[in-house]
Design a protein around this ligand. Structure first.
Ligand code: DX5
Ligand code: ZN
Length: 221
């Protein structure tokens, strides 16, 4: 399992220190939410912020593009230090060339699906990706409640992975806390993005350790 604190929930005046705090917490990844004010009704931060934060941590950078025109952003984020770039399946016919381009940039390839979108949309892309991100809130803002109706989508992702003998990671993002991380693990998720669920804790190390322990207990049940 992998835990990926989302920088969106950090103190925006101190991103460098917050990224270092996330690394010290024992989490393997850092999740970076990029919002363009068009694909989602909010704006977060751009490649220069990612570049600045890159110098403060060796964590794997999981860059989630909630953007209408990712084609103009792939190279800037790749150069800024992304290890993986996730685009959304809602981009339709653009998805295949975008996945190719991420791969050509030598980055891990991720595909995200929003709550209202049918799982069948990701089916044609499963063999081409390293990670499938099942959104468990409507993207745009941190701190929203987990949508439990997404659990069958996680089960479907895990079933397809078994049947097709693929090995993409199954990531969940939105409203992930101690309780919902366990529910997602039971459904088959292995990669857990959590913003407010982790950054809000003064002792983030203890919070990461607790989430890991709870998920591991569920996985070995
Ligand atoms: C939602 C973002 C998430 C967000 C999760 O638009 O994609 O990564 O930071 O935040 P929490 O964990 O607070 O729901
Ligand atoms: Zn995200």
């Amino acid at each position: 399992m992998i835990i990926a604190p989302s920088l969106l929930a950090a103190n925006h005046g101190r991103f460098g220190d917050e990224a270092a705090r996330a690394e010290r917490s024992g989490a393997e990844w850092l999740h970076l939410d990029i919002m363009d004010g068009h694909f989602v009704p909010n704006i977060s931060f751009g490649p220069e912020v990612v570049r600045a934060v890159r110098s403060r941590t060796r964590a794997f950078f999981d860059v989630h593009l909630m953007c209408s025109r990712p084609e103009i952003l792939l190279e800037p984020f790749a150069k800024a230090g992304a290890d993986e770039i996730i685009i959304h399946v809602e981009l339709g016919s653009q998805v295949t060339p975008l996945l190719w381009k991420i791969k050509a940039l030598n980055k891990k390839v991720g595909l995200a699906i929003n709550p209202p979108t049918k799982m069948e949309e990701v089916l044609p892309h499963l063999a081409a990706i390293d990670l499938l991100l099942v959104m468990t809130v409507n993207p745009g803002f941190g701190g929203q409640p987990f949508i439990s109706e997404m659990l069958p989508k996680i089960q479907q992702a895990a079933q397809w992975r078994r049947e097709k003998r693929l090995n993409y990671r199954i990531e969940v993002d939105g409203g992930i806390n101690f309780k919902t991380s366990v529910e997602c693990a039971r459904a088959g998720a292995d990669t857990f993005v959590s913003g407010t669920g982790l950054f809000a804790h003064r002792n983030m190390r203890a919070a990461v350790a607790k989430m890991r322990k709870l998920v591991k207990a569920e996985q070995t049940r």
